[in-house]
Write a protein that binds this ligand. Structure first.
Ligand code: HEC
Length: 383
């Protein structure tokens, strides 16, 4: 492959190749743009056009390129290098923990992939593209909120020197932007790497069929048939990583007090939440979008059995009843973060503090820390 060769996806959808010369990032952009996230288009990564999708000879995983050597440490403090990964295939991705759109969508799919590949002898490696913020501790917290039980998953803090090397090794880019909602634009693909450090596939994380192929290809690389592996853990709100999005009111509505609640949807219609609505939310999340949110919720159709779905709908319902009885939910409104002036929800699960008799809400822990360091610099009248 020439040096600046395009990343080629081996088994793309059967559409004319010309139509498929579209970046994985761009598809996410298109989905978000349709709902008004114009900032994404302004800051879209120029690397996106580099992805091309080409069908491969049936049954063969191509040898795309060999990863150069790299050496890092994961969120548990364990060495993670090309050498330490040798002998086991792995699925790699690039994320950052403060990202509120592409990364939660990607990570939620990674958690589903981990579940579908339960018990298989492979690893998952997520590299942070945000060295300034994502320390090993921050990444450990992130891993806990998404999939606390997953011992095969390593999250890697990077630094100003290692990050460009890792990006180059995977032939992708990550670029800072001036947009506080999307401070870093980076690639949204998954890479499948074999036990010898050869990249064997690149998969668009938002493409359901590509994810199905990734699961099959990964199982093939470890030499196991799907279904023969271990049982995944019980499907609960905790084990499925729902909190990764739903515990952050900027990303998704809190999963509390749902049953019987009224919802206004993005198309202006109103509906009352019942079991059927909850089931649709899990299977066809694009069909009804809660007003004020982006359509980031992944479908759990491929991940959950009917019995698991029933149990999850019941858990959602009980949570709401329990929460409704336990304590009335505070009124949630839009307020201004005094540090970055972003509009945020006054949701108790968002970063907030009590300061001189006021509840003060922030977009992130970073803004909260800045405020705590020098509250006099940030007048509160705007809240
Ligand atoms: C990648 C982020 C993400 C993940 C992971 C996620 N969701 Fe969501 N979910 C959303 C967003 C954003 C919305 C609101 C937009 C919409 O309606 O699609 C939503 C909406 C919902 C709703 C409708 C809520 C309402 O207030 O009307 C339910 C129910 C729900 N999700 C349940 C779940 C469950 C259960 C899980 C885990 C199995 C989960 N979600 C995982 C992002 C996510």
């Amino acid at each position: 492959m020439p040096d600046d060769a395009e990343i080629t996806q081996h088994d793309g959808p059967r559409l004319p190749k010309r139509l498929l010369r579209v970046g994985a990032t761009i598809s996410v952009l298109a989905a978000l743009t349709a709902l008004g996230a114009r900032a994404w288009v302004r800051h879209r990564s120029p690397s996106a056009e580099r992805y091309a999708y080409e069908p491969s000879p049936a049954g063969e995983l191509p040898q795309l390129w060999s990863l150069p050597g790299f050496s890092t440490v994961d969120h548990r403090g364990a060495e993670l290098s090309r050498e330490s990964l040798r002998g086991r295939p792995f699925i790699a991705s690039f994320i950052f923990t403060q990202c509120t759109n592409v990364c939660p969508a990607m990570t939620s799919r990674l958690v589903q992939i981990q579940r579908r590949l339960a018990g298989q002898d492979l690893r998952f490696v997520s590299f942070s593209v945000d060295p300034a913020h994502d320390s090993s501790q921050v990444l450990a917290e992130y891993a806990r909120s998404w999939n606390a039980e997953e011992t095969r998953w390593s999250l890697v803090a990077t630094d100003e020197q290692r990050l460009p090397e890792l990006l180059a090794a995977f032939r992708v880019t990550a670029e800072p932007t001036a947009d506080p909602d999307n401070p870093i634009v980076h690639s949204s693909v998954f890479f499948l790497v074999d036990a010898e450090g050869q990249v064997r596939g690149v998969y668009a994380s938002e493409d359901r069929l590509a994810i199905d192929r990734l699961v099959e290809d990964a199982a093939r690389l470890v030499g196991d048939e799907l279904g023969g592996a271990a049982e995944p853990p019980a499907a609960t709100i905790a084990s499925l990583g729902c909190a990764g999005c739903h515990d952050h009111s900027r990303i998704a509505p809190p999963l509390l007090d749902l049953q019987g609640a009224q919802r206004t949807l993005a198309d202006g219609s109103r509906t009352t939440i019942d079991d059927a609505y909850l089931r649709r939310a899990l299977l066809e999340p694009g069909r009804e979008i809660v007003e004020g949110y982006f359509p980031l919720m992944p479908s759990y159709r491929e991940t959950l059995t009917d019995a698991e779905l029933d149990a999850l709908v019941q858990e959602l319902g009980e949570r709401s009843r329990g929460a409704a009885v336990a304590e009335p939910q505070p009124k949630i409104e839009l307020v201004t973060d005094p540090v970055c002036h972003m509009r945020v929800r006054s949701d108790p699960s968002a970063p907030h503090i009590s300061h001189e008799g006021h509840e003060v809400f922030f977009c992130s822990e970073m803004c909260k820390e800045q405020f705590l360091a020098a509250p006099e610099r940030f007048p509160l009248e705007a809240q």
